[in-house]
Design a binder for this molecule. Sequence first.
Ligand SMILES: [Fe+2]
Length: 403
Amino acid sequence: MSKTLRSGCEPKLLPDRRVELLWADGEVSRFHFVWLRQQHFHPAIGRPDLPSGSPLRLPDDPERLEVERCHIDAGELVVDWRNDGAQTRHALTWLRDNAYDDALRLARKPDLRTWEGVQASQFQWHDWQTLLDDDEALFELFTQLRDRGLARVNNAPVADGEIEQMARRFGELRATDFGVITDIMSRPTAEAGRYANIGAGGYHELAPHTDEGWRYAPPGISFHLCLEQPEGGSGTSRLCDGLLAAERLRAHDPESFEFLTRVPYRFAAARNPQERFFAQGRIIVTDLDEDIIGVRFSDRTLGVQSLPSDLIEPAYRALAAFARELYEADLTYEHLLTPGEMHIFDNHRVLHARAGFDPEAGVRRIQQCSVDREEFHNSLRQLAERLGYQQAANMTLPSGALG
Ligand SMILES: [Fe+2]
């Protein structure tokens, strides 16, 4: 990527209050006056037209800005402002890294590659110890998780709590409905006790869902490490790419797709006296470019809907249309985790499910924890910077089901 200007090219002032730069690699960037000024006069510096100590922190009025002249000096764009006599300087490397004309702005978005089940079953298994020892290997996993929402790890120590040292490489652990590090566990009935073997800890089949859609911000990156699995057992893990299901819905039923990106649904958890969680969220989230960036969906925690009357029937129609896409068999990746194997997935994109199984076959125990997505993205950027991958460090990462 070039961060120098085409030789002999001076910055050009455009009549619509922008400065145009031609880069050596042929890209063109145009920067609005107000954008340049806002970057330079951050609150600590203050603006010359505001009295010192002024509490006003609003940006300039774009229409009042006038440029006397601009030129390049020592790798910086230098702008002399006619409206208040100030001079601002902007490093070319920084301008290139943050240029927002479509070509360069879109190039900073990750390539979210959707997958079918059969493709996921070919995804690499990352070795646990290598990830702990080798930052390059960890970065490779990070980028796969960023782009596909799923990564697989094997050869993990089969011991209580070990999951924490791996998850901490992704960011601070988050407390979920189940605690910080918890088990999804079923035991043979005779050992189960009064509260075991219900819900996720049961042995019934679970349909594809994202966890805790009833929180405003559901858990981000989920870790499922298998610690116990009976010989010849079942309880196969199933994962599917919500982005692919949403893409298919957009192609097959654009009306339902549009509805789900616009109308928030209520999800709820009120299963015991300690829980009165209700949250509204869009089931499919798109960004400004209409790219699909997140999914929130669970059949078991769909709440009592409170929508304008004329939206009630369309809401259930759209929900069913999306569920049918999610349940298409080719979407589903299936794998029976054996002790030491772990799935890591983006709970704002990838839905997880489980086949039913016979609880009398023995103990099935999956240890789980989660890290918020912004924690993961923060760790990814820091690792990218440390390893010298500036492009990865500077990406605009999607905010998932919250976008
Ligand atoms: Fe779950």
